[in-house]
Design a binder for this molecule. Structure first.
Ligand SMILES: Cc1cc2nc3c(=O)[nH]c(=O)nc-3n(C[C@H](O)[C@H](O)[C@H](O)COP(=O)(O)OP(=O)(O)OC[C@H]3O[C@@H](n4cnc5c(N)ncnc54)[C@H](O)[C@@H]3O)c2cc1C
Ligand code: FES
Length: 251
């Protein structure tokens, strides 16, 4: 069940390449679970026509917070929003992260960190490995540090260790049993593809990806977000996902 609501923005924080937006919802926040997303009409002019999907980054009572990477037309419009403006949003959409009584490891590449703040509240200080290109691509990490055991890695070494999420995971899980671990990953496709190679070799079972594919309607009507399964069938990221087991889809 999802809702379409006009939501007042109660807080906006510009943060380098990112923007944090908190809005007050009637039903959407309370109906949501970690891993779900909302689809936002960025202005009232239907230009751009398509809504922009954003992970639910945090929920506090009736409030939903999103973390947006400013990269194109829609996100630039969002970056101009002020407290008191109203956004039309549809949500909560999509499936959710499965929660297990295991040790949780979150693997985030860039803006892929967004869904992990909400998820972290389902675990006791989960490990969050956060990879960025460099220091300037790091959003405010304080909210994540509050709930996660955070480790940062950057491609150019300007913040945290130098390397990639894959190198960090290989080091961390090398020669370790992974039966009591559940892994969640969200980030660019090349990162997920590289991780898939590792998980296949290591024979890890409980790994879930959150996919950030291009989308239109967000609720199964347009078929614009289809991904292929290894059997050659199709799944929709917006309704069958965005969360998929690592070997359930072809990236
Ligand atoms: C389920 C889901 C959750 C998402 N959660 C977040 C989130 O929490 N925060 C966030 O910032 N973004 C998130 N995204 C991605 C976000 O929806 C797109 O980045 C956004 O629609 C871009 O809109 P734009 O108008 O700013 O960029 P556009 O003008 O549409 O595109 C600008 C540039 O970014 C590239 N681009 C656009 N969308 C994507 C994408 N999905 N993947 C890779 N490259 C892309 C384009 O190719 C282009 O080069 C999510 C996507 C999905 C499907
Ligand atoms: S975005 Fe329309 S079916 Fe998924």
């Amino acid at each position: 069940m999802f809702y379409k609501e006009d939501c007042e923005i109660v807080d906006v924080k510009l943060d380098g390449h990112y923007i944090w937006i908190t809005m007050k919802t009637d039903e959407i926040a309370l109906a949501s679970v970690p891993g779900q997303f909302i689809n936002i009409r960025v202005n009232s002019l239907y230009d751009p026509l398509l809504r922009r999907p954003m992970s639910i980054c945090n929920v506090d009572g009736n409030n939903i917070t999103i973390l947006v990477l400013v990269r194109g037309r829609g996100s630039r419009i969002l970056a101009e929003k002020k407290k008191g403006d109203v956004l039309n949003i549809i949500g909560p959409l999509g499936n959710c992260f499965p929660i297990r009584k295991k040790k949780a490891i979150f693997l985030a590449g860039g803006i892929g960190v967004a869904p992990f703040l909400y998820l972290s509240k389902s675990y006791d200080k989960p490990k969050l490995l956060f990879g960025v290109k460099g220091k300037e691509w790091l959003p405010d990490i304080k909210p994540f540090e509050k709930y996660c055991d955070l480790k940062i890695i950057s491609e150019d070494g300007s913040t945290g260790e130098k390397g990639t999420i894959l190198s960090l995971v290989e080091d961390m899980l090398f020669n370790k049993a992974v039966d009591d671990v559940i892994i969640y990953a969200c980030g660019p496709n090349p990162m997920l593809k590289a991780l898939t190679g590792f998980f296949r070799k290591k024979n890890v079972d409980e790994v879930y990806y959150s996919l950030e594919s291009f989308m239109a309607c967000g609720f199964g009507a347009c078929k614009g977000c289809a991904v292929t399964t290894p059997e050659g069938n199709y799944k929709l990221v917006c309704t069958d996902g965005p969360i998929f087991k690592w070997n359930e889809v072809v990236l």
